[in-house]
Design a protein around this ligand. Structure first.
Ligand SMILES: C[S@@+](CC[C@H](N)C(=O)[O-])C[C@H]1O[C@@H](n2cnc3c(N)ncnc32)[C@H](O)[C@@H]1O
Length: 263
């Protein structure tokens, strides 16, 4: 890792951060009082939040496995979150031991834990960068060291674009990433939605707007992120219904998910 990657991150635990709120719902230990307060506030409105985030992680596993089996050996996981039980590199390297994985997150705690987890692994790294600045990500020395953009790459944007409101050009961000991806590359994406319960989605967004400028998007709006990609079956669907392992679908769902392939 370069000196840039090892720079001592600034960590403010007095303000809730999505990575740590998410960690709390997943049953992790890398969260603080401010994160737990927000997580509990959301649970009062969306009691199925923990189940939704587990479904999102299960989607990640299925999609990464499928992509690796399709021949992809490079993974750029943007808004990767804190390491959990099975991460993108665990899945990808089960299928392809030579797979390279770069995690990107803007929360400094992800860098700290990622570096600890990955100490000694040569083919996986974590960088602190912002999803809203794709050129900084694509040009980061660690990203360049691990990912050859002349070869297919899977770009993961799971549960992160809902932190990019329309005035910060989320579609332009994805289009700029897509431009760097050669044919055979994949886009793996999940996104918060209020489609199955607009009223509670509104309450939920209002309850967190002090901590995060989150937005929900409709299925059509999420589908637009795949412009320029061929959507793999079954298209953009509730996260637990994307090629599910079991029959256990949720009644109310909070995330759309899909996988696209660049032709
Ligand atoms: C809901 S978690 C999703 C984690 C993981 N991708 C998953 O789906 O399991 C959202 C993650 O996006 C990160 N994040 C939010 N805004 C970001 C930004 N502008 N740039 C990079 N990461 C961001 C948060 O720190 C957090 O780790």
């Amino acid at each position: 890792m370069t000196d840039e990657g090892r720079a001592r991150p600034k960590l403010d635990t007095s303000i809730a951060h999505p990575a740590r709120v998410y960690d709390y719902w997943l049953g992790g230990k890398d969260n603080y009082a401010a994160d737990r307060e927000v997580a509990e506030r959301v649970l009062a409105i969306v009691p199925e939040a923990p189940r939704s985030v587990r479904a999102n992680r299960a989607f990640l596993k299925r999609a990464v496995r499928l992509t690796a089996e399709a021949g992809v050996r490079q993974f750029l996981d943007i808004g990767s979150g804190l390491p959990t039980a099975e991460n993108s590199h665990d899945i990808a390297q089960q299928v392809r031991p030579d797979a390279h994985v770069v995690y990107v997150d803007n929360d400094p705690i992800v860098l700290v834990h990622g570096n600890a987890l990955l100490a000694g692994t040569g083919s996986t790294t974590v960088v602190q960068s912002d999803a809203r600045d794709p050129e900084a990500i694509l040009g980061h020395p660690e990203v360049r060291r691990h990912i050859d953009f002349g070869q297919p790459v899977a770009v993961l944007l799971l549960g992160v674009l809902h932190f990019v409101p329309d005035d910060q050009d989320p579609y332009g961000i994805v289009a700029r990433l897509a431009k760097a991806m050669v044919p055979g590359s994949h886009l793996i994406l999940s996104h918060l939605t209020g489609d199955s319960d607009p009223e509670n989605a509104k309450r939920f967004l209002e309850s967190v707007n002090r901590e995060a400028r989150a937005v929900v998007r409709t299925r059509e709006e999420v589908q637009r992120f795949f412009d320029g990609f061929e959507l793999l079956d079954p298209g953009v669907v509730p996260v637990d219904r994307w090629r599910p392992d079991g029959p256990d679908a949720m009644k109310r769902f909070w995330l759309w998910a899909g996988v696209g392939r660049k032709a």
